[in-house]
Design a protein around this ligand. Sequence first.
Ligand SMILES: Cc1cc2nc3c(=O)[nH]c(=O)nc-3n(C[C@H](O)[C@H](O)[C@H](O)COP(=O)(O)OP(=O)(O)OC[C@H]3O[C@@H](n4cnc5c(N)ncnc54)[C@H](O)[C@@H]3O)c2cc1C
Length: 241
Amino acid sequence: MEVKLLRVTEEGLALVANAARVSGLSSMRDTEAIVKLITDNDYSSVLEHICFTFDIAGISVALSRELLEHRIASHTARSTRYNEERGFEYYIPEGLKGDDEAMRIYREAMSHAEEAYVRLRGLGIGREEARYVLPMALHTHYVVTMNVRSLINFFMLRLCVRASPEMRELAMRMYKICAREYPVIFARIWCRGFTLGVCPENKARPAKCPFIGIITNKGVVKRKFEVEARRIIEKELAKRS
Ligand SMILES: Cc1cc2nc3c(=O)[nH]c(=O)nc-3n(C[C@H](O)[C@H](O)[C@H](O)COP(=O)(O)OP(=O)(O)OC[C@H]3O[C@@H](n4cnc5c(N)ncnc54)[C@H](O)[C@@H]3O)c2cc1C
C-alpha cells in the first residue's frame, strides 16, 4: 500500500480561525487557541474548510468498498470496466503470512481467478464481463478527498483496533500525513476512545485495545449519572406538558 498526499488546503489554520471569528469567536485572537478549542469542543463545521486529497495505491477492492462507506468524501477508483487486469497484483492478509498451507490455497485461488480472466479475454469477452471473476483481494488505485471534519470521523472509527487490519493500516498512513500537515488539530485525534475520552465500543471492545485501563467504557461512565440525569430530563419535560 502506498499513500501520497496530492493536495491539502494551504494556510488552513488561519482559514479555520477566521471562519470561526466570523461566526462569533472574535474575542479570541490567537489562531492556534481557536483551532484547539474548535477541535476539542467539536465545533467542527469550520474544520470543513480544510481538505486533503490522497492518492492511494495497492489496496484491495475489499478495502475500497469499506472506504466508500465514508459518504462525506469524494471518491475515484480505478475502473475494472476500462482497465485490463491481466497479471493483477493482490492483497495478502497478514493473518495468512507464515502459514504455508493457507498461503498455498490463497495463491492458488488468485492464480485460478487470473487464469479464468485471461481465458475469457482470450475468447474475445470484454473487460466489462470478464472482471466478474476477479477477487476481492485485487489491488486497486484510489483517489479520495476528505475535509478535516470527515477525516476526524474516519480516524475515530478506523484507527480503532476493531477496524479491519488493512483499513487500520490505511488510516495510520493517512493519519501520519494529516498530523504532519496540521499537528495542532490531529494531535487531539485518534480512535473514538481517545478523542471523546470514553470508548463507545463498550462490551465489543477487544482485549487487544491498547487503552484498556486508561480509557473507560462509555457504558460505565453513563451508569454513574444516568438515573439522576434521567430524573432531570423528566422534570424538564414535565414543565412543558
Ligand atoms: C469496526 C467497524 C465495523 C463495521 N462493520 C460494518 C458492517 O458490518 N456493515 C456495514 O455496512 N458497515 C460497517 N461499517 C461501516 C459503518 O457502518 C459506516 O458506514 C462507516 O464507518 C462510515 O461511517 P460514517 O457513516 O460515520 O461516515 P460518513 O458516511 O462519512 O458520514 C459522516 C457522518 O455524517 C453523518 N451522516 C452521513 N450520512 C448520513 C445520513 N444518511 N443520515 C444521517 N447522518 C448521516 C453521520 O453523522 C456520519 O457519522 C463498520 C465500520 C467500522 C468502523
